[in-house]
Every structure is written in structure tokens, then in C-alpha cells.
Write a protein that binds this ligand. Structure first.
Ligand SMILES: [Zn+2]
Length: 223
């Protein structure tokens, strides 16, 4: 998934940051706040419950941050019985619909506008699940540049990946792993892009290309 933007303009990217559960990575969030960098932040109900002060500081800047749906319990929207990257999948369309709707309801219950985008845990989707999610009125989010592979990469690698973004990239990273090295690299990469004059947009702000789907196995790791 990429931004559909005219060629020849300034480098323009969308930062899309997942808050899967756990804590808040202030190394990254501080860069966003201090330098007024717009970002789309995909939050779960789990994360919303445990991060009230950070949520308040994000919601105080609706001009910068778009809060979107990352599910209620961080269940991959995948049919069947399996684990992906250690996570049990949702399993059925009924559970997937609940995961999406309850995730959106949690965002609204915390006072933010109703999400229009959903990105599932792992950013992998069963094709029937994608159709079911779209039928609920959500747009299904993916990405084009995987910054941190589920916050698993060393800081230098993450920074290198982010700095290499090209115009139109939808960058995925994580803001819920404050104790892993990845976040340091994500913060540094964002700062470097900004210093290079990159324009940041939220997913609401510009059109995006249609999703190009690949079979699981070719996808990179996103937790
Ligand atoms: Zn996640």
C-alpha cells in the first residue's frame, strides 16, 4: 500500500505506528510531539486501557495524530487455527468482526473520532476477512516500508530503513515497545527524514493506492 501522490513534489510519506499493547515508547512519541510530525497511530483497546497519560497527549494534538483501529485484543484477522508470530489468530469471521468493531468502539469510548481504518495484528489478512472488514465500513490498512519488523530490529537497522523512505511510502513501526532498541532507531530515522525536508501526512490526508496482496510467507514480520 502506497500513497497516491503526484511525482516531482517533495518527499511525502505516511508514518503509521502500531500500539499493539504494553507501554508507550516516548523516544518516538517525543520526536513526534516536539517536531509536530503527523502520524497515524493504530491502537488496540488493550493499549488504550493502559496508557491514559500518553493517550491524552496524543489526543491534545488532533491536528497531528489520527487514531485508528488495531483491534480489541490484537488478534490477527486470520481464519483457521494457528499461531502467527506467536499470536493466536482470530479464527472465525464472527470473532474478526468483533475484534474490529470492539477496537473501534474503544477508540470512540476514549473520546477520539470513530476510526475509518483498521490494521490487523501482524498486518496479515485472510481474503474473506478483508471482505468482511470492508463490509463493516472500514478501510484495510497495510504498508510499503517495514521499519522495525515488529520492533525486533537493532536501532541502526531501523534508522537506515526509515531514512531510505521514498516519496509515497507508508512506513510501519511500533510505539509500544519502550524497552527494545528498535524505538531508538525509529526516533532517529523520523528526525532525519524531517531534517531532510520530508513531508509527513496521515492516511486520512491523501489518497492511497489499492492494496497489493501477497501470500503469507513473502510478507515480512510485523508483530
Ligand atoms: Zn500490532
Amino acid at each position: 500500500m502506497r500513497l497516491a501522490i503526484p511525482l516531482g513534489g517533495p518527499r511525502t510519506v505516511a508514518l503509521t505506528l502500531d500500539a499493539c499493547g504494553g507501554g508507550s515508547d516516548m523516544r518516538v512519541i517525543r520526536v513526534l510531539l516536539d517536531h509536530a510530525v503527523p502520524a497515524t497511530i493504530f491502537v488496540t483497546a488493550l493499549w488504550l486501557r493502559g496508557n491514559a497519560p500518553v493517550l491524552a497527549s496524543l489526543m491534545a494534538r488532533p491536528d497531528l495524530f489520527s487514531l485508528q483501529d488495531h483491534g480489541e485484543r490484537h488478534l490477527p484477522p486470520i481464519l483457521g487455527q494457528r499461531h502467527i508470530y506467536g499470536l493466536p489468530v482470530a479464527g472465525t469471521l464472527e470473532v474478526i468482526r468483533h475484534e474490529v468493531e470492539a477496537g473501534a468502539a474503544a477508540v470512540v469510548a476514549h473520546g477520539a473520532p470513530r476510526p475509518t481504518w483498521y490494521r490487523g495484528a501482524t498486518a496479515l489478512y485472510s481474503s474473506d476477512a478483508m471482505q468482511a472488514i470492508e463490509a463493516l465500513g472500514f478501510r484495510v490498512a497495510a504498508y510499503s516500508l517495514n521499519a522495525d519488523q515488529g520492533a525486533s530490529l537493532p536501532a541502526a537497522a531501523v534508522m537506515h530503513r526509515v531514512q531510505a523512505a521514498v516519496s509515497g511510502d507508508v512506513i510501519i513501526g511500533h510505539v509500544n515497545q519502550p524497552h527494545r532498541p528498535s524505538g531508538e532507531g525509529l526516533a532517529a530515522g523520523i528526525a532525519a527524514l524531517r531534517e531532510a525536508g520530508t513531508r509527513f501526512v496521515t492516511l486520512d490526508a491523501v489518497p492511497v493506492s489499492p492494496l497489493l496482496c501477497h501470500p503469507f510467507g513473502r510478507a515480512e514480520t510485523v508483530a
